[in-house]
Design a binder for this molecule. Structure first.
Ligand SMILES: CC(C)(COP(=O)(O)OP(=O)(O)OC[C@H]1O[C@@H](n2cnc3c(N)ncnc32)[C@H](O)[C@@H]1OP(=O)(O)O)[C@@H](O)C(=O)NCCC(=O)NCCS
Length: 177
């Protein structure tokens, strides 16, 4: 649906599930992604969750599969919509570690921001990230996000507390290249 030079954002399909299951059970990926503590997930549970949502019909919400080189490498999306203030939260997780640190993340985020600002008319997109996730923070900065605040020692992650860093970008700061 959304195409960049190397990355496509599209709806999730059943064929993506085996890779998603591997990513969801990869400790390194889970720890990097933040959010809930790593918890194992059986393939059958993932598939039944997908099938349940699928059977309801409609659209996929604002969640996208990230595809590169014809492969499903992760997912991203917009959520926590505030329709009064026109804000939303952005989340992303590239599960295939071979694609980390090579610019795929910033391309996917760029496509998602273009979607948020130009197609959905959001005014502000925000996110939060572990302070020790330097790769993610650098990628977000490259896309125009700025740090707006932090909650000190807010998250327990892999044996220690880390700060939660809040970052945001306004539509007026976003420009198409
Ligand atoms: C976060 C994520 C989307 C970033 O995408 P990416 O394609 O890996 O990142 P990019 O290539 O766009 O940018 C990476 C930046 O970090 C730097 N970097 C690469 N590897 C790094 C490492 N091991 N440690 C610190 N910095 C690193 C790169 O040099 C680049 O910075 P620069 O442009 O200032 O030189 C992706 O790594 C990912 O999904 N990781 C796992 C889950 C996760 O962390 N999700 C985010 C939760 S908030």
């Amino acid at each position: 649906m959304l195409h960049g030079p190397r990355v496509t954002l599209r709806g999730m399909t059943r064929d993506d599930l085996p890779a998603l299951w591997r990513y969801n059970n990869d400790l390194e990926v889970e720890l990097a992604g933040g959010g809930d503590p790593p918890i194992p997930q059986a393939y059958e549970r993932l598939r039944s969750e997908f099938d349940r949502e699928w059977s309801m019909g409609g659209r996929d919400g604002s969640r996208f599969a990230i595809e590169a080189d014809g492969e499903f490498i992760g997912h991203c999306g917009l959520f926590n919509f505030n329709i009064t203030a026109h804000t939303c939260e952005l989340g992303i997780g590239i599960g295939d570690k071979d694609y980390w640190g090579k610019g795929y993340g910033r391309e996917a985020i760029g496509l998602l921001l273009e979607y948020a600002f130009n197609l959905r008319n959001f005014r502000r997109v925000w996110l939060w990230v572990h302070a020790d996730n330097e790769r993610a923070i650098r990628s977000y900065r490259a896309c125009g996000f700025v740090e707006e605040g932090r909650l000190r020692q807010h998250v327990w992650s892999n044996g220690h507390y880390v700060d939660a860093v809040y970052m945001g970008i306004l539509a007026s700061e976003w420009r198409e290249d």
